[in-house]
Design a protein around this ligand. Structure first.
Ligand SMILES: C[S@@+](CC[C@H](N)C(=O)[O-])C[C@H]1O[C@@H](n2cnc3c(N)ncnc32)[C@H](O)[C@@H]1O
Length: 234
């Protein structure tokens, strides 16, 4: 009787294991390449030192947007659901968050979402193709509040150069922060940068979802500030 129970238990755990795998299928080739489990919505470059093309990222040609530091992906998911005719790439350095986004995308059956686990500046400066993206979003990035850490802030010229180079001729860069001082610091630098023009951005101009961080800040009574920047020089 104990033996039968044991066999039954083993069968049950095998079935559970198979079910888990079916729930979140892995990319076998990428899993082998990286030596860790890679979900199907994760984008793993064949070569991390070569510029990728859009066709490496997505099978179909479509306007493509990037969400830098996508966190748990709530913003990315909502955009991807609202605009099935566009492609979306999330970039995030934390593995746990990348996995969460991949699982959400798989559950929602979104084939227009990919997630890249990599550092933002490296990704936009070296890995992604130039003149290829219609929109780049930076939502609630780390504000690095201490003055001695301001050098780590993304919103300065080397970042602007890289974003500018990735956008197509009609492309836009959209920035949103809860941190007032970081907003002023960024707006001043953007105003001095000649290759983008800031344009007005009213709430109902287009669908723009709220990210997890935005909801958290709003619950604490904070409001967020936006910059919408159009590419003006090629
Ligand atoms: C404050 S959270 C905001 C997340 C999301 N954008 C939102 O609004 O809910 C910042 C995110 O950016 C990621 N991040 C910070 N610096 C990064 C970098 N240099 N490269 C890639 N991801 C980064 C963090 O891991 C984190 O998930």
């Amino acid at each position: 009787m104990i033996f039968v129970g044991l066999i039954y238990g083993l069968c049950l755990s095998a079935v559970k294991h198979t079910a888990m795998k079916t729930t979140f299928p892995i990319d076998e080739a990428a899993t082998k390449q990286l030596g860790r489990e890679v979900y199907t919505n994760e984008f793993v470059p064949q070569d991390y030192f070569a510029e990728q093309s859009l066709s490496d990222l997505f099978e179909r040609e479509a306007p493509t947007e990037i969400d830098l530091g996508c966190g748990d992906g709530s913003f990315l998911m909502q955009l991807a659901q609202q605009y099935p005719e566009r492609n979306f790439l999330g970039v995030e350095r934390l593995m746990g968050r990348v996995k969460k986004v991949c699982k959400k995308a798989y559950r929602a059956e979104l084939t227009n979402v990919k997630v890249l686990r990599l550092e933002t500046l490296y990704t936009i400066g070296w890995l992604l193709p130039k003149n290829a993206f219609s929109r780049i979003h930076l939502i609630c990035p780390d504000p690095w509040p201490k003055e001695k850490h301001h050098k780590n802030r993304l919103m300065q010229e080397p970042f602007f150069d890289a974003v500018h180079a990735l956008l197509d001729d009609e492309g836009e860069f959209l920035f949103r922060t809860d941190h007032e001082e970081y907003y002023d610091w960024s707006a001043e630098r953007m105003a001095a940068y000649s290759k983008f023009a800031t344009t007005p951005w009213k709430e109902d101009d287009f669908f723009y979802p709220k990210s997890d961080f935005q909801l958290q800040w709003e619950a604490e009574g904070k409001s967020l500030q936006n910059l919408r920047c159009r590419k003006v020089e090629k």
